[in-house]
Design a binder for this molecule. Structure first.
Ligand SMILES: [Zn+2]
Length: 150
């Protein structure tokens, strides 16, 4: 049992994909959040992503309109939330189908910003992998660039 818990723990630890997905940190160095604002529930700020990571220099928009692809992911994430809402209301609270339907709708509305961010996090983690040396490499590169300018 302890082994199971420690395995689950390492799955969410820094350096794992799930860590970046659930915290919204830079997928490459995981040193800082990709999002400009912490506040999820401000409509204009929910999806505001920084230009690039200040630790490892990764540009989050890998190509123009890169994050449109996250919409496909959000179908899956939204479905997962809907199924969870259904199971909780129907099986745990013994609600009728109508109430369960309302619970699903309410869950999707309330968690919309979470779903949108998690989908983006999953999307970018498809393309960018964690690199423990990212910060170090970025430092070296910017230093050599500076030297070249002198
Ligand atoms: Zn980074």
């Amino acid at each position: 049992m302890r082994l199971v818990f420690s395995n689950i723990f390492t799955m969410f630890k820094k350096g794992s994909r799930l860590y970046s997905i659930f915290t919204g940190t830079c997928p490459r160095c995981q040193e800082e959040s990709m999002y400009t604002y912490k506040n999820l529930y401000h409509p204009a700020k929910t999806l505001k992503v920084d230009e690039q990571c200040s630790h490892c220099g990764l540009r989050y928009r890998i190509e123009p309109s890169f994050f449109y692809g996250a919409m496909y992911v959000s179908y899956g994430v939204g479905t997962a939330f809907a199924v969870a809402a259904f199971i909780i209301s129907f099986f745990f609270f013994g609600s009728g189908l109508k109430t369960a339907f309302i619970a699903i709708m309410a869950t999707l509305v309330v968690f919309m910003p979470v779903i949108m961010r998690v989908s983006r996090n999953i999307w970018i983690n498809f393309f960018v992998h964690y690199d423990p040396n990212a910060v170090e490499n970025h430092k070296k590169n910017t230093e050599t660039e500076e030297k070249q300018h002198i």
